[in-house]
Ligand binder design. Structure first.
Ligand code: ADP
Length: 269
């Protein structure tokens, strides 16, 4: 319990009354907030040197580009891939910290969702080679949403699909308009998810505990972040899965967001 109070006096300095409030902040909650602040701070601090490391690697890649030195080329490529992975993890922690503090805000604009999905798919082809990542519907679909955050969601879902399935398997991404919403689905032929785990999948820090997943790196924050971002867009995220056959993750978001009366967010003009 934490209490605050203030005394009120009349002109002669005589105490009139004392107003007070007792706040029920449990130690546990304070602990969580401190932990959350710490995670946020550390992630933020780690990000800065990582960003300059990535810039130096890019510079080196540019420098050796014409030297035809395939060993240096390949090594720099591998370093750059691992740096991207690390940045992804740190961004994940930073996102959790922002979400927990309740200060997530959307920075909406008009963009082509299919174009965004295609570029995220391409990034994943480079980062996790060996899967057939196919974007089935190629038609342009304009949405009014937070491009970076929806990109994070798509990236989490595609990289999970690749992480939890065998090499050479197919990952099929579909995008279709249903009424005022756009629905995206990411289907894999991976290990699948048990019925009893499915309900907990979007919980923070939840990871399936099985021999199949033990060796796969992760912190169990990706799907939690996805759900928070989609909810913030007034959308929905869900999944269907069959053990040993694969999983399909779906999300829907409104095509044109939720414009206020003063704004024109249709993106159709
Ligand atoms: P992470 O992958 O970092 O553990 P996520 O929040 O992205 O965290 O996923 C939570 C858990 O859900 C994973 O640990 C994994 O067990 C399971 N999971 C997520 N996506 C898939 C998928 N496409 N196929 C099978 N299992 C999955």
């Amino acid at each position: 319990l934490r209490s605050t109070g203030k005394a009120y006096y009349d002109n002669e300095g005589k105490a009139l009354y004392i107003a007070g409030a007792v706040l029920d902040i449990t130690e546990q909650k304070e602990d969580e907030l401190r932990k959350n602040d710490f995670i946020g701070m550390v992630s933020h601090e780690l990000r800065t040197p990582l960003t300059s490391l990535s810039a130096y690697i890019q510079l080196l890649q540019y420098k050796v580009k014409d030297n035809k030195d395939s060993f240096t080329d390949e090594t720099l490529n591998k370093v750059s891939i691992q740096l991207k992975r690390m940045s992804g993890m740190i961004d994940g922690f930073l996102n959790v910290s922002v979400l927990e503090s309740g200060s997530i805000t959307l920075n909406k604009s008009n963009f082509d969702l299919v174009e965004l999905i295609k570029s995220v798919a391409e990034e994943n082809r480079v980062l996790m080679p060996g899967h057939f990542i196919q974007v089935i519907d190629e038609e342009k679909i304009n949405v009014f949403a937070d491009q970076q955050k929806i990109g994070n969601v798509v990236n989490n879902l595609i990289s999970n699909a690749a992480k939890y399935s065998k090499k050479d398997s197919l990952i099929a991404i579909r995008c279709e308009i249903i009424g005022n919403f756009v629905q995206v689905s990411i289907e894999d032929e991976g290990i699948g998810i048990h019925k009893e785990d499915q309900a907990k999948l979007f919980n923070r820090f939840f990871r399936v505990d099985s021999p199949n997943t033990k060796t796969i790196a992760g912190f169990g924050v990706g799907l939690y972040i996805c759900e928070e971002i989609i909810k913030k867009h007034q959308g929905k995220i869900w999944m269907e899965s069959e053990m040993g056959k694969g999983s399909t993750f779906y999300f829907i978001i409104p095509l044109i967001g939720a414009p206020t009366s003063k704004e024109n967010h249709t993106g159709l003009d």
